[in-house]
Write a protein that binds this ligand. Structure first.
Ligand code: NAD
Length: 256
Protein backbone atom coordinates (compact mmCIF):
# COMPACT_ATOMS: atom_id res chain seq x y z
CA UNK A 1 0.00 0.00 0.00
CA UNK A 2 3.02 2.32 -0.02
CA UNK A 3 3.62 2.08 -3.78
CA UNK A 4 4.75 5.45 -5.15
CA UNK A 5 5.82 6.76 -1.72
CA UNK A 6 9.45 7.52 -0.94
CA UNK A 7 10.81 6.75 2.53
CA UNK A 8 14.05 8.23 3.85
CA UNK A 9 15.43 6.29 6.81
CA UNK A 10 18.43 7.85 8.58
CA UNK A 11 21.10 5.52 9.97
CA UNK A 12 19.77 2.55 8.07
CA UNK A 13 22.74 0.34 7.15
CA UNK A 14 22.28 -1.67 10.37
CA UNK A 15 19.98 -2.46 13.28
CA UNK A 16 16.55 -0.88 13.67
CA UNK A 17 16.92 1.50 10.72
CA UNK A 18 17.66 -1.42 8.40
CA UNK A 19 14.73 -3.40 9.84
CA UNK A 20 12.40 -0.44 9.25
CA UNK A 21 13.75 0.03 5.71
CA UNK A 22 13.07 -3.66 4.92
CA UNK A 23 9.47 -3.50 6.12
CA UNK A 24 8.73 -0.21 4.30
CA UNK A 25 10.20 -1.65 1.08
CA UNK A 26 8.16 -4.83 1.54
CA UNK A 27 5.06 -2.62 1.82
CA UNK A 28 5.95 -1.10 -1.57
CA UNK A 29 7.78 2.13 -0.70
CA UNK A 30 10.89 3.30 -2.53
CA UNK A 31 13.60 3.66 0.10
CA UNK A 32 16.62 5.85 0.71
CA UNK A 33 19.19 4.16 2.94
CA UNK A 34 21.65 6.36 4.81
CA UNK A 35 24.73 6.25 6.97
CA UNK A 36 28.00 8.16 7.01
CA UNK A 37 30.20 5.25 5.87
CA UNK A 38 29.57 5.12 2.07
CA UNK A 39 31.16 1.69 1.53
CA UNK A 40 30.67 -0.80 -1.32
CA UNK A 41 28.68 -2.85 1.18
CA UNK A 42 26.25 0.04 1.71
CA UNK A 43 25.56 0.28 -2.02
CA UNK A 44 25.31 -3.52 -2.35
CA UNK A 45 22.76 -3.50 0.49
CA UNK A 46 20.60 -1.03 -1.45
CA UNK A 47 20.89 -3.07 -4.64
CA UNK A 48 20.00 -6.30 -2.82
CA UNK A 49 16.89 -4.78 -1.23
CA UNK A 50 15.79 -3.32 -4.53
CA UNK A 51 15.95 -6.79 -6.13
CA UNK A 52 14.27 -8.45 -3.17
CA UNK A 53 11.22 -6.15 -3.06
CA UNK A 54 11.02 -4.76 -6.61
CA UNK A 55 11.18 -1.15 -5.41
CA UNK A 56 13.76 1.61 -5.94
CA UNK A 57 16.36 1.61 -3.15
CA UNK A 58 19.19 4.15 -3.10
CA UNK A 59 22.02 4.69 -0.63
CA UNK A 60 22.87 8.33 0.14
CA UNK A 61 25.76 9.21 2.42
CA UNK A 62 25.15 11.96 4.99
CA UNK A 63 26.65 12.57 8.41
CA UNK A 64 23.76 13.08 10.80
CA UNK A 65 25.99 15.02 13.21
CA UNK A 66 26.00 17.88 10.64
CA UNK A 67 22.88 19.96 10.08
CA UNK A 68 23.78 20.82 6.48
CA UNK A 69 24.31 17.11 5.66
CA UNK A 70 20.89 16.28 7.16
CA UNK A 71 19.18 18.85 4.96
CA UNK A 72 21.21 17.78 1.90
CA UNK A 73 20.07 14.16 2.44
CA UNK A 74 16.43 15.18 1.97
CA UNK A 75 17.32 17.42 -1.00
CA UNK A 76 19.22 14.59 -2.71
CA UNK A 77 16.36 12.16 -2.03
CA UNK A 78 14.18 14.54 -4.09
CA UNK A 79 11.01 13.26 -2.43
CA UNK A 80 10.26 12.35 1.16
CA UNK A 81 6.77 11.10 1.95
CA UNK A 82 7.93 9.05 4.92
CA UNK A 83 10.76 10.33 7.10
CA UNK A 84 12.19 7.94 9.67
CA UNK A 85 14.65 9.64 12.03
CA UNK A 86 16.57 6.69 13.38
CA UNK A 87 20.32 7.46 13.44
CA UNK A 88 21.62 7.29 16.99
CA UNK A 89 24.63 6.59 19.17
CA UNK A 90 25.14 5.90 22.87
CA UNK A 91 27.76 6.67 25.51
CA UNK A 92 27.61 5.57 29.13
CA UNK A 93 29.37 7.59 31.89
CA UNK A 94 28.50 9.49 35.06
CA UNK A 95 27.81 13.20 34.46
CA UNK A 96 31.08 14.52 35.97
CA UNK A 97 33.06 12.12 33.74
CA UNK A 98 30.89 12.49 30.63
CA UNK A 99 33.11 13.79 27.79
CA UNK A 100 31.71 17.10 26.52
CA UNK A 101 32.43 16.06 22.93
CA UNK A 102 30.30 12.92 23.42
CA UNK A 103 27.47 15.04 24.83
CA UNK A 104 27.62 17.30 21.76
CA UNK A 105 27.75 14.35 19.34
CA UNK A 106 24.80 12.56 20.94
CA UNK A 107 22.64 15.70 21.00
CA UNK A 108 23.58 16.38 17.35
CA UNK A 109 22.99 12.84 16.00
CA UNK A 110 20.12 11.67 18.22
CA UNK A 111 18.18 14.96 18.41
CA UNK A 112 19.25 17.89 16.21
CA UNK A 113 19.45 15.72 13.06
CA UNK A 114 15.70 15.10 13.35
CA UNK A 115 15.04 18.85 13.52
CA UNK A 116 17.05 19.43 10.34
CA UNK A 117 15.60 16.53 8.33
CA UNK A 118 12.05 17.40 9.46
CA UNK A 119 12.56 21.06 8.48
CA UNK A 120 13.69 19.95 5.02
CA UNK A 121 11.04 17.23 4.58
CA UNK A 122 7.85 19.01 5.72
CA UNK A 123 7.65 21.33 2.66
CA UNK A 124 7.86 18.22 0.42
CA UNK A 125 5.09 16.54 2.44
CA UNK A 126 2.94 19.71 2.26
CA UNK A 127 3.41 19.76 -1.53
CA UNK A 128 2.57 16.03 -1.82
CA UNK A 129 -0.49 16.41 0.43
CA UNK A 130 0.50 13.45 2.61
CA UNK A 131 3.33 12.61 4.95
CA UNK A 132 4.56 10.58 7.88
CA UNK A 133 7.32 11.58 10.31
CA UNK A 134 8.43 8.64 12.46
CA UNK A 135 11.04 9.33 15.09
CA UNK A 136 12.80 6.39 16.68
CA UNK A 137 13.01 7.56 20.28
CA UNK A 138 13.40 5.04 23.12
CA UNK A 139 11.98 3.94 26.46
CA UNK A 140 14.64 6.45 27.51
CA UNK A 141 12.48 9.15 25.88
CA UNK A 142 9.93 8.53 28.63
CA UNK A 143 12.00 7.38 31.59
CA UNK A 144 15.64 7.60 32.71
CA UNK A 145 18.61 5.46 33.69
CA UNK A 146 21.80 6.62 35.39
CA UNK A 147 24.95 7.23 33.31
CA UNK A 148 23.04 7.94 30.09
CA UNK A 149 22.59 11.72 30.50
CA UNK A 150 23.08 12.76 26.87
CA UNK A 151 21.06 9.86 25.47
CA UNK A 152 18.13 10.34 27.87
CA UNK A 153 18.16 14.13 27.28
CA UNK A 154 18.22 13.66 23.49
CA UNK A 155 15.46 11.04 23.55
CA UNK A 156 13.21 13.15 25.81
CA UNK A 157 13.98 16.00 23.38
CA UNK A 158 12.89 14.01 20.36
CA UNK A 159 9.61 13.11 22.07
CA UNK A 160 9.05 16.87 22.54
CA UNK A 161 9.96 17.60 18.92
CA UNK A 162 7.50 14.88 17.83
CA UNK A 163 4.65 16.58 19.73
CA UNK A 164 5.41 19.96 18.16
CA UNK A 165 5.68 18.42 14.67
CA UNK A 166 2.31 16.71 15.21
CA UNK A 167 0.71 20.03 16.23
CA UNK A 168 2.20 22.01 13.36
CA UNK A 169 0.90 19.48 10.80
CA UNK A 170 -2.39 18.60 12.55
CA UNK A 171 -4.65 20.13 9.86
CA UNK A 172 -2.98 18.22 7.05
CA UNK A 173 -2.73 14.55 6.10
CA UNK A 174 0.63 14.47 7.83
CA UNK A 175 1.32 12.74 11.14
CA UNK A 176 4.36 12.73 13.42
CA UNK A 177 4.93 10.06 16.03
CA UNK A 178 7.74 8.56 18.05
CA UNK A 179 8.31 4.83 18.47
CA UNK A 180 9.84 4.10 21.86
CA UNK A 181 11.64 0.73 21.80
CA UNK A 182 12.91 -1.03 24.88
CA UNK A 183 15.99 -3.18 24.33
CA UNK A 184 16.48 -4.53 20.81
CA UNK A 185 19.47 -6.78 20.09
CA UNK A 186 21.26 -4.63 17.50
CA UNK A 187 24.98 -3.79 17.06
CA UNK A 188 24.42 -0.78 19.40
CA UNK A 189 23.31 -3.07 22.25
CA UNK A 190 25.66 -5.93 21.29
CA UNK A 191 28.61 -3.55 21.73
CA UNK A 192 27.61 -2.86 25.37
CA UNK A 193 27.69 -6.57 26.32
CA UNK A 194 31.48 -7.22 26.67
CA UNK A 195 32.04 -4.20 28.97
CA UNK A 196 29.01 -5.09 31.05
CA UNK A 197 30.22 -8.72 31.37
CA UNK A 198 33.52 -7.42 32.68
CA UNK A 199 31.97 -4.81 34.97
CA UNK A 200 29.64 -7.31 36.69
CA UNK A 201 31.80 -10.44 36.32
CA UNK A 202 28.92 -12.18 34.57
CA UNK A 203 28.56 -14.39 31.48
CA UNK A 204 26.75 -13.24 28.35
CA UNK A 205 23.37 -14.85 29.13
CA UNK A 206 23.40 -13.53 32.70
CA UNK A 207 24.18 -9.99 31.48
CA UNK A 208 21.31 -10.19 28.99
CA UNK A 209 18.78 -11.43 31.55
CA UNK A 210 19.86 -9.62 34.71
CA UNK A 211 21.30 -6.35 33.40
CA UNK A 212 20.01 -5.55 29.92
CA UNK A 213 16.52 -6.99 30.32
CA UNK A 214 16.31 -6.16 34.03
CA UNK A 215 13.66 -3.52 33.37
CA UNK A 216 12.00 -5.25 30.42
CA UNK A 217 9.24 -7.34 32.07
CA UNK A 218 8.75 -9.56 29.01
CA UNK A 219 12.42 -10.66 29.40
CA UNK A 220 12.61 -10.69 25.63
CA UNK A 221 14.26 -8.28 23.21
CA UNK A 222 11.97 -6.45 20.81
CA UNK A 223 12.97 -7.27 17.22
CA UNK A 224 13.89 -4.98 14.36
CA UNK A 225 11.06 -6.57 12.32
CA UNK A 226 8.52 -5.67 15.02
CA UNK A 227 9.75 -2.08 14.95
CA UNK A 228 9.59 -2.07 11.15
CA UNK A 229 6.01 -3.33 11.27
CA UNK A 230 5.12 -0.63 13.82
CA UNK A 231 6.45 1.97 11.37
CA UNK A 232 4.40 0.42 8.54
CA UNK A 233 1.31 0.60 10.78
CA UNK A 234 1.96 4.31 11.41
CA UNK A 235 1.93 4.80 7.61
CA UNK A 236 -1.48 3.09 7.27
CA UNK A 237 -4.91 4.75 7.13
CA UNK A 238 -5.72 3.12 10.47
CA UNK A 239 -3.10 5.42 12.01
CA UNK A 240 -4.22 8.64 10.28
CA UNK A 241 -5.51 10.13 13.57
CA UNK A 242 -2.51 9.03 15.61
CA UNK A 243 -0.25 12.05 15.81
CA UNK A 244 2.02 13.90 18.21
CA UNK A 245 2.34 10.86 20.44
CA UNK A 246 4.51 7.89 21.34
CA UNK A 247 4.10 4.14 20.81
CA UNK A 248 6.09 1.97 23.20
CA UNK A 249 7.47 -1.35 21.95
CA UNK A 250 9.24 -2.22 25.18
CA UNK A 251 7.85 -5.45 26.65
CA UNK A 252 6.22 -3.47 29.49
CA UNK A 253 9.27 -1.43 30.59
CA UNK A 254 7.43 1.90 30.89
CA UNK A 255 4.48 0.29 32.72
CA UNK A 256 6.74 -0.37 35.70
P1 NAD B 1 22.91 0.62 15.40
O1 NAD B 1 24.23 1.03 15.96
O2 NAD B 1 22.71 -0.76 14.91
O3 NAD B 1 22.50 1.59 14.22
C1 NAD B 1 22.72 2.97 14.29
C2 NAD B 1 22.65 3.51 12.90
O4 NAD B 1 22.93 4.90 12.95
C3 NAD B 1 23.67 2.87 11.96
O5 NAD B 1 23.06 2.66 10.71
C4 NAD B 1 24.76 3.93 11.86
O6 NAD B 1 25.41 3.89 10.60
C5 NAD B 1 23.92 5.18 11.99
N1 NAD B 1 24.69 6.34 12.40
C6 NAD B 1 25.40 6.53 13.55
N2 NAD B 1 26.00 7.73 13.52
C7 NAD B 1 25.65 8.32 12.35
C8 NAD B 1 25.95 9.56 11.73
N3 NAD B 1 26.76 10.46 12.31
N4 NAD B 1 25.42 9.82 10.51
C9 NAD B 1 24.63 8.91 9.89
N5 NAD B 1 24.30 7.72 10.43
C10 NAD B 1 24.81 7.44 11.64
O7 NAD B 1 21.86 1.01 16.51
P2 NAD B 1 20.30 0.67 16.71
O8 NAD B 1 20.21 -0.05 17.98
O9 NAD B 1 19.72 0.10 15.49
O10 NAD B 1 19.74 2.13 16.97
C11 NAD B 1 18.93 2.83 16.05
C12 NAD B 1 18.08 3.83 16.81
O11 NAD B 1 17.23 3.14 17.71
C13 NAD B 1 18.90 4.81 17.65
O12 NAD B 1 18.32 6.10 17.57
C14 NAD B 1 18.77 4.23 19.05
O13 NAD B 1 18.90 5.22 20.02
C15 NAD B 1 17.35 3.70 18.99
N6 NAD B 1 17.06 2.69 20.02
C16 NAD B 1 17.74 1.51 20.06
C17 NAD B 1 17.43 0.58 21.06
C18 NAD B 1 18.11 -0.74 21.15
O14 NAD B 1 17.91 -1.45 22.14
N7 NAD B 1 18.91 -1.14 20.20
C19 NAD B 1 16.44 0.88 21.99
C20 NAD B 1 15.77 2.09 21.92
C21 NAD B 1 16.09 2.99 20.92
Amino acid sequence: FLKGKTAVVTGSNSGIGLGVAHRLARAGADVVLNSFSDTDEDHALAEGMSGEYGVKVRYIRADMSRGDDCRALIEKAGACDILVNNAGIQHVAAIPDFPAAKWDAIIAINLSSAFHTTAAALPLMHAAGWGRVINIASAHGLTASPYKSAYVAAKHGIVGLTKVTGLETAREAITANAICPGYVLTPLVESQIPDTMEKYGMGRDEVIEKVLLERQPSKEFATTDQLGDTAVFLCSDAAAQITGTTISVDGGWTAL
